[in-house]
Write a protein that binds this ligand. Sequence first.
Ligand code: K7E
Ligand code: CUA
Length: 663
Amino acid sequence: MIIPVVLLSSALLIGVSGCKPKNAGDATGSDVASRVYVPPGKYDEFYNFVSGGFSGQVSVYGIPSGRLLRVIPVFSVDPEKGWGYSEETKPMLNTSHGTVPWDDQHHLALSQTDGVIDGRWLFANANNTPRVARIDLTTFRTSEIIEIPNTGGNHSSPFITENSEYVVTGTRFSVPMDFEPGDVPIESYKKNFKGTISFLSVAPESGEMNIAFQLLLPGMNFDLSHTGKGPSSGWFFFSCYNSELAHTLLEVNASKRDKDYILAVNWKKAEEYIKAGKGTKRPAKYAHNVYDESTHSATSTMMNEVTVIDVKDFPDIVYMIPCPKSPHGCDVDPTGEYIVGSGKLAALIPVFSFSKIQKAIADKAFDGAYEGIPVIKYEAALHGEVTKPGLGPLHTEFDDKGNAYTTFFISSEVVKWNVKNLNVIDRIPTYYSPGHLCIPGGDTKKPYGKYLIAYNKITKDRYLPTGPELSQSAQLIDISGEKMKLLADYPSIGEPHYAQALPADLIKDKSVKIFKLDDNNHPYVTKGEKESKVVREGNKVHVYATMIRSHFNPDNIEGIKEGDEVYFHVTNLEQDWDVPHGFAIKGAINAELLVMPGETATFKWIAPKPGIYPFYCTDFCSALHQEMSGYIRVSAKGSSVPIAFSLGKNSDPEAAAGGTPTP
Ligand code: K7E
Ligand code: CUA
């Protein structure tokens, strides 16, 4: 039995709990606990990378246990890890608008080789201030963030081609282009607002991204996309809504037409035009931020040009395929032949055939044009429709046996259907209103069809109440048999949208354990305690400090004057796995630093009013962690207290044991 969420919530309001779906008790079945139980000391089978939505971060879970392994800071500052607070990481959040400390993170794409997840990088989008990040899967840290110009909301992003040639993004909001006047009446939408799709090249070795080219399109809203593969290699598919080109009350005005579109892009063709010099260079301002593992520091470069192709002038790059009612998910099956469009308001799911699309293009089976782009006849592109699948289809992933799994937001369920014959095979309720779902490898040539995770938007009665806000809920579903089986519920960080997963064996042994101190090329590194020092340069003071269990060197610092700009460059000398040290100063208008073994990080501090300021290590690093601390003396501006720094130079000379006293 399927309960629309509206009914369900009203039932909850009047205290009726007896209308839960009949099989809600499934997850308590006797063998279920053992399916998700990962005994102490054992590893999970899959890494699951989950978008953080309005948290701006990416979280990493183990599957099947549902254990949270790590939160990777990406687009939002993270005081826990000093992300965006240390001098080294501040440039990562730079944009053409200045420092942006937050974003909304929806989609993730793992790098691929020949259409199969290769375990090198994870790409993530920032929806609000358009950006794409690359996370290195050896360090589990963000290595690069690039801003996307001529874009109003980077939602249809990032999606990746089969050999990671390009990370592809599409704008959610059409906007006037950056190289044209922006101060135009909103009413002039149809004339002045344009949509764009961007192709970011990914360097094969380093993974470094660059905006290779952008396609200029009519002012629609691009929603989601996926790459072609196998036979559809070289093509990319985007769902579009607001073909009405409305600019107000989109809820009504962008839902008028019976059909919107899937945009089929022949990116190989576009690439040819670019190589032949057919693109136009346009001014654009966007930040390209790169974190260097050798200097443990990021740099931000402001870029000033982008190459664009107006598809009006190159009509064989793009084609439109009508798709019922505000399509959201746009998913390509593992064979690359079938493209699934999920109309949020549609009562069926259309499945398009790539070979039919090709035939339709060859035969010119067009139904006129949309803003100059040929529209392929719906029937000519259609493989078939899944009829009566459920209400509010959003997203589809695939298993390794020819089945598709679609989430239904309104009817709160996941529905399994056969891609070839389009018959519904099974359905399972979710709690409640799922958005995306994830099957490890479920959008690649090689799905690992064992588990499915549904990311639910509404949690209501699933967990102990925690005030007005409940954590969003993930649900792990066993898809190894004919029938789906609910295995577990677990809370998630932020609001997950898309997620990706890969077999743990693919990357777990490549995970970095320490940074080699010898390879640390940070300009302010201190490679041994003897090199610790404090250097004044005008009103700037550089503290070259070290950390090792369980002291700082130096730990007594004097001669700092009110208003000085003090930079604490702290190097963690440890060369052991899992021994970070932290750094915090009383009253500092900053977050802590959390410094990994072999790494240097910098804490900027404007010396406040005269007095004594304790600092300490924030990460419990040894039995004597509580002793890992120090004092800074701040003197008045005109004071003659000289710079002095020491470790172990106690006031009672008898008690001064060990350390490296410095005059
Ligand atoms: Cu459906 Cu932003 Cu991919 Cu959310 S989106 S659910
Ligand atoms: Cu170092 Cu606690």
